[in-house]
Ligand binder design. Structure first.
Ligand code: F6P
Length: 320
């Protein structure tokens, strides 16, 4: 029987993680479970950095970006020794189930750990990249897109006024979701994403053709996983002989107050994760998919994501 659970955040932080922690802790307490907060992700299990949480432990955090539990990437958790130490911490504190808030890297680690030790584990998808397979939206992705979009809108003002070409680099390691959302919402002229081959000669040719017709400002959005803004800008200047400017939005996209969508997702998924553990589910993530809260097996969640990228890309091409 489930009596005590632990919650941790791992991988890159995402706005809304705190709201998810709050939902887990309060739903667990509401269901008469004890709950422990584990600090610094898997590190906290390996090094026994955890403490009991009560209702008040998660007060005043719903609107804060980042994670009060701290987070990080932990290669040690992939070693047999690291896993064994984590397991000993779980046994010592009589923890019956774990809730892992993170992205697909976190779920990969959780899946391996489950296969070996069979400690019930449920994931809550949180990543600005929205790169978890089998689900529509991760916690934090909507916030990151809105942050990047606000920056693009600002850049548009100066790009138009000074008739310049801007190359703006956004986050997104293997998945072009942020870049595409921002390019669509910001009315940008080009997007470069990891999923699509790109041709800087062709882009430069379009710019020259456009300028002959009087179009003097451009915003080209680049996902960091596809190319670096500086290299793209240099090449465009080389080919077109036109001046370019670059902006790398970087970690600005990771912080900030979670949007209503990120919070709502976090609260619903947090409660759903506790319910899953209570009914004996394991080795899966709670998920918002096709407009409903459900689950997706870790095995599926960690596969390469396919999510209407083609459709978004085609829409951009039509609307530009
Ligand atoms: O969490 C996802 C992400 O923000 C990616 O978009 C990015 O490539 C990576 O994390 C950056 O990682 P770090 O914060 O370790 O530099």
């Amino acid at each position: 029987m489930m009596k005590k659970i632990a919650v941790l955040t791992t991988g890159g932080d995402a706005p809304g993680m705190n709201a998810a922690i709050r939902a887990v802790v309060r739903s667990a307490i509401n269901s008469k479970l004890e709950v422990m907060g584990v600090f610094r992700g898997w590190w906290g299990l390996i090094n026994e950095e955890l403490k009991s949480f009560d209702h008040r432990s998660v007060s005043g955090i719903i609107n804060q970006g980042g994670t009060i539990l701290k987070t990080g990437r932990c290669p040690e958790f992939y070693t047999a020794e690291g896993q064994e130490r984590a397991y000993q911490t779980i046994k010592k504190h009589s923890i019956d189930g774990i809730i892992v808030i993170g992205g697909n890297g976190s779920f990969k680690a959780a899946h391996e750990f489950y296969k070996k030790y069979k400690v019930p584990c449920i994931g809550i998808p949180a990543s600005i990249d929205n790169d978890v397979n089998g689900i529509d939206m991760t916690i934090g992705a909507d916030t990151a897109v809105n942050t990047a979009l606000a920056a693009i809108d600002n850049i548009r003002d100066t790009a138009t006024s000074m008739e310049r070409i801007f190359v703006v680099e956004v986050m997104g390691r293997d998945f072009g979701y942020i870049a595409l959302m921002v390019a669509l919402g910001g009315g940008c002229e080009e997007v470069i994403i990891p999923e699509k081959k790109f041709d800087l000669e062709a882009i430069s040719h379009n710019i020259v053709q456009g300028s002959l017709k009087g179009k003097m400002s451009w915003i080209i959005v680049v996902a960091e996983g596809a190319a670096r803004a500086d290299d793209v800008a240099k090449k465009i200047t080389e080919i077109t002989d036109l001046e370019t400017r670059t902006v790398v939005l970087g970690h600005v996209q990771r912080g900030g107050r979670p949007t209503a969508i990120s919070r709502d997702l976090a609260l619903n998924l947090g409660k759903a994760a506790v319910d899953c553990l209570l009914k004996g589910d394991s080795d899966k993530a709670v998920a918002f998919h096709h407009g409903k809260i459900g689950t997706v097996d870790f095995e599926t969640a960690i596969k390469k994501k396919e999510l209407g990228i083609e459709d978004m890309y085609n829409l951009l091409k039509i609307l530009t």
